[in-house]
Write a protein that binds this ligand. Structure first.
Ligand code: AHR
Length: 494
């Protein structure tokens, strides 16, 4: 057993934004169709065609925002195709994802109904790549205006008299790639043109989010921050995926990997720390008061698809390793909450790093779901800074930090500490001092499993699930935690 030391203080004025815990759902594979939105004949409880077992599971983890309809799909989506009588809606080919026929049965009203059921805020990604300023501008008017304009009247005729008041608007998606292959200079101008016609309606001041960099494209951030005034954008997005091998042609299996491959995956995962730090430093140059949020609105592990499934559907299983990836990323975001004030895991159900997998009427909660369940206590809580001295996880001649941690204090005064041990074989004993924080008792929850490759299946849906944690105790003013190998623990001190 190795040892580590941690010092947590309450000397901070920062809040961990709940929007860090956002999700993303694209028209891709069985994310929307066959995920949230199912056939009328499927024997599960539904409202309209929205699956309620899925809704209820997601309500438990308190999703603050849901990004839609893409992804790459957003820049070929025409919102007018998705309103009005469903049988009259045009059909289109989903050119990005498997060439399937999109029947537009899940459109603006259906998505907003889903958000209402979830108690979540919608985050629309508007079409900049193949759309027009007029189209985006009218979409905003359609959902947010309470006037008697023809477009607002159309929403009323379509069954929603009150404006929806959608405030989060992404101006394009990956405009450097599938969203139009633009240069950052060209995109900045496009952003300003689109943003000029993205109007605020009563009760719905817009939070405009610029299409941000791909991974470590620091020049993109530099140009956007230089060219777009900080008052004109609420946030700038960042997309970075953990690709186990680093090779997009052969990303690696979701379930069959060696410890060496696991180590490599964690190296890739921890790169998020460097990316957030460096993009934030560039933003600091142009926006020292930190008005503009860094919104990591696509993140997660991206592996090869499950054998035998449609490569365009991005369906992958979800292992104990993926839970460690989720927790590590969330710790990074929490610890950068001065700048990271939004994020979205890709992509909620049946796509990439999912919270939920479904197979017809069956459904299971993935290990990643349980991390979001454990971490929901940090939403909108006061950030607590810390200093950590911990051993490395060593593989051959390379090493990474074995432990990562984040902590917060909620409105009731409860302190929550989330700890991750990436080392798959060594327990680590952590002695923690809490400066100026009074507490009497400690309780906790743990997510771990025998193997890092373990998964939940439809036959064994609860193989990996939250357990109560008994490995923490009070020792004078100190907290002593024995953090098991390959585990995630959240403690509550009160
Ligand atoms: O999440 C899958 C895809 O990854 C999204 O459509 C795109 O934005 C990104 O490249």
């Amino acid at each position: 057993q190795e040892t580590a030391s941690l010092a947590i203080s309450n000397d901070s004025k920062l809040t961990i934004s709940k929007y860090i815990y956002g999700q993303f759902a694209e028209h891709l594979g069985h994310g929307i169709y066959g995920g949230f939105w199912v056939d009328k004949s499927l024997p599960v409880e539904k409202q309209d065609r929205i699956r309620l077992d899925v809704v209820n599971a997601l309500k438990k983890i308190k999703i603050p925002s849901l990004r839609w309809p893409g992804g790459c799909f957003a820049d070929e989506y025409h919102w007018r195709d998705g309103i009005g009588p469903r049988e009259q809606r045009p059909k289109m080919v989903n050119t990005n994802w498997g060439g399937t026929t999109e029947d537009n049965s899940f459109g603006t009203h259906e998505f907003l109904e889903l958000c209402t059921l979830l108690g979540t805020e919608p985050y629309f990604a508007a079409n900049v790549g193949s759309g027009t300023v007029e189209e985006m501008s009218k979409w905003i008017e359609y959902v947010n205006s309470n006037s008697t304009s023809t477009i607002a009247e159309l929403r009323k005729q379509n069954g929603h008299p009150d404006p929806y008041k959608v405030t989060f608007w992404g101006i394009g998606n990956e405009s450097w790639g599938c969203g139009g292959n633009m240069t950052p200079e060209f995109y900045s101008d496009e952003f300003k043109r689109y943003a000029s016609f993205a109007k605020n309606y009563p009760g719905a001041p817009l939070k405009k989010i610029a299409s941000g960099p791909n991974s470590d494209d620091y020049n993109w951030t530099e140009v956007i921050m230089k060219n777009i005034p900080e008052w004109d954008m609420w946030g700038i997005s960042l997309h970075y995926y953990t690709v186990p091998t680093g090779d997009w042609g052969h990303k690696g299996s979701a379930t069959k990997f060696t410890e060496a491959e696991y180590f490599e995956t964690m190296v890739k995962c921890l790169k998020m720390e460097e990316l957030v730090t460096k993009h934030a430093a560039i933003m600091d140059k142009y926006d020292p008061k930190k008005h503009v949020a860094l919104v990591v609105d696509e993140w997660g592990v991206w592996t090869d698809v499950e054998p035998g499934t449609n490569p365009g559907f991005l369906y992958q299983q979800n292992s104990m390793r993926d839970a460690l990836i989720a927790a590590t990323n969330l710790n990074i975001f929490n610890n950068h909450c001065d700048r990271v004030r939004g994020a979205a895991l890709a992509q909620t159900i049946n796509v990439l790093q999912s919270l939920i997998l479904t197979d017809k009427e069956k459904m299971l909660l993935t290990p990643t779901y349980h991390i979001f369940d454990m971490y929901k206590v940090h939403q909108d809580a006061k950030y607590l800074p810390m200093q950590l001295t911990a051993p490395d996880y060593v593989s051959g001649d390379r090493k990474i930090p074995a432990v990562n941690v984040s902590a917060s204090q909620d409105a009731a005064g409860k302190v929550h500490i989330s700890l991750v041990n990436l080392d798959p074989t060594k327990n680590i004993s952590i002695s923690t001092g809490l400066k100026d924080i009074k507490w009497k008792t400690v309780t906790g929850q743990i997510l771990t499993s025998k193997n890092i490759t373990d998964i939940n299946t439809f036959d064994q849906p609860n193989k990996i699930s939250l357990q109560s944690f008994k490995g923490a105790k009070k020792d004078g003013d100190n907290l002593v935690v024995v953090l098991p190998a390959k585990s995630v623990v959240t403690l509550e001190l009160f």
